[in-house]
Design a protein around this ligand. Structure first.
Ligand code: FAD
Length: 211
């Protein structure tokens, strides 16, 4: 890392927490000499990051060939308002994973990866909903990416203003941001399961009430 290397880390525990808390990632790759960055859902299982989707997906079809890829996940924690426009910033936690994907063909690993994807997004949901049929299992492509080459970058704290600007009559500070769920909207039964009412963050570090 060249810009603000002090914000970077290769610590796996930090990387894991960010990947687990982020509900989506973006996958970058080159196809036919064009770069694409595609938003998608991911899930981590130990040292492996799983991606899933339709066998018809251009992204998954190409990545399954073992081409180079780059996965990023970003959590936006706040807007940093400085006294000068130049020093405005954002507080964030992000991860970049570089590597190549392997297509998962083993039935048990496929099922386990699907479970991880569901549990990553809504912990407690997998055991409650109908399990995948053989057709659904066959109709889902699962790719595995090793977390061998991964980095995290974090910015925390207030604005870093120049000394000369500190007395300017301009409000400065941080506007914290968080992804907060609204009240569940039932499709059938009004008895909302506990995991939907109290949406638990995947890393278990925080619980956000529905209201
Ligand atoms: C919400 C948000 C807003 C940002 N806004 C800006 C902006 O406006 N302008 C800007 O220049 N930068 C911004 N950044 C930082 C940006 O992501 C890069 O870190 C930055 O461009 C520095 O890149 P570099 O040239 O030092 O490293 P690169 O040469 O681009 O990267 C070298 C290696 O460092 C690691 N790395 C780099 N960035 C990250 C990262 N963010 N997370 C994890 N690993 C990383 C990767 O392993 C990468 O392969 C923002 C980041 C976030 C999360």
């Amino acid at each position: 890392m060249k810009r603000h290397p002090e914000r970077g880390t290769y610590d796996r525990a930090t990387i894991d927490v960010i990947l687990d808390e982020a509900l989506i990632c973006h996958v970058g790759f080159v196809h036919d000499e064009h770069p694409y960055v595609i938003p998608t859902i991911h899930a981590r299982d130990g040292d492996t990051l799983y991606l899933h989707g339709s066998p018809g997906s251009r992204m998954l079809r190409n990545l399954a060939q073992g081409i180079d890829l780059c996965v990023t996940a970003t959590l936006l924690d706040g807007l940093v308002l400085a006294r000068s426009v130049y020093h405005h910033s954002m507080n964030y936690r992000s991860v970049v994973v570089l590597g190549r994907a392997r297509e998962v063909t083993d039935r048990e690993e496929k099922l386990r990866a699907m479970e991880r994807v569901v549990e990553h997004v809504v912990p407690g949901r997998w055991a409650d909903a109908r399990q995948p049929s053989e057709g659904e299992l066959k109709g889902t492509t699962i790719l595995a990416v090793s977390l061998d080459e991964a980095s995290a970058k974090l910015r925390t704290g207030g604005p870093s203003d120049d000394e000369a600007d500190l007395d300017l009559p301009v409000w400065a500070g941080v506007i914290p941001l968080a992804l907060v769920p609204a009240a569940p909207a039932a499709d059938n039964d009004e008895r909302v399961p506990s995991y939907a009412e109290r949406y638990r963050r995947p890393n278990g570090s925080a619980t956000l009430d529905a209201e």
